[in-house]
Design a protein around this ligand. Structure first.
Ligand code: DGP
Ligand code: NA
Ligand code: NA
Length: 204
């Protein structure tokens, strides 16, 4: 049995990543494929609790300090990520280092500085970008509760995401019907498995 795939969902806030990543894991499990959902930030760890305090606006942290905490929150999961992938479990991940760069660079932090702490993290095989215009996201339930859910910020974050895309990314229209989005994601995922079977790539 080969390694699992690392499938990443990225997008602006309220783009439906959590819904779609959860559905993908369930569909893979139903098809007999070992798959697990991971979410960053993982708010359950000691570092994650500091991040949660910041996001929910209970505590203040400077932009550089919170940037490094988000990165540390990914690093502290790397042993688990590697072990799962090696054991053949596919990981479906809700946000990762691209969010790390997009959100901090949107605050005008130097992009090279933003990328540095995440260098060496295990790279995703495929990235699904759930694309929604921030004005549409703002109409969704719960929008505006957390620190970054503001129009100017989200517009800038979206621009930063677009600047980082390469051939491993697929853009998915997040305004479409959720069932249709799920079908598109299943198709992309089947292609990813097929491609990996034909030319297996090591964990990178
Ligand atoms: P979520 O739990 O996926 O809704 O993410 C919470 C918020 O944190 C959301 O506005 C996106 C932002 N975020 C996620 N990862 C990072 C990161 O690594 N750095 C920064 N600055 N923000 C992040
Ligand atoms: Na959010
Ligand atoms: Na997250």
């Amino acid at each position: 049995m080969g390694r699992g795939l690392f499938i990443l969902f990225e997008g602006c806030d309220r783009s439906g990543k959590t819904t779609q990543s959860t559905r993908l894991v369930k569909a893979l499990n139903d098809a007999g494929i070992k798959a697990k959902l991971l979410k960053f930030p993982d708010r359950t760890t000691a570092i994650g609790k500091m991040i949660d305090g910041y996001l929910s606006q209970k505590t203040k942290l400077d932009d550089q300090a919170i940037h490094l905490l988000f990165s540390a929150n990914r690093w502290e999961a790397m042993d688990q990520v590697r072990a799962e992938l090696e054991s053949g479990t596919t990981l479906v991940v809700d946000r990762y280092a691209f969010s790390g760069v997009a959100f901090s660079a949107a605050k005008r932090l130097d992009i090279k500085w933003c990328k540095a702490p995440d260098v060496g993290l295990i790279a995703p095989d495929r990235v699904y970008f759930l694309d929604i215009h921030p004005d549409d996201a703002a109409k969704r339930d719960g929008y505006g509760e957390e620190i970054y859910e503001k129009r100017e910020m989200q517009i800038e974050v979206r621009v930063k995401f677009f600047s980082m895309m390469d051939s491993t990314w697929s853009i998915v229209d997040a305004l479409k019907d959720p069932d249709e989005i799920h079908r598109q994601i299943m198709m992309l995922t089947k292609q990813a498995f097929k491609r990996h079977k034909e030319s297996p790539a090591p964990i990178a």
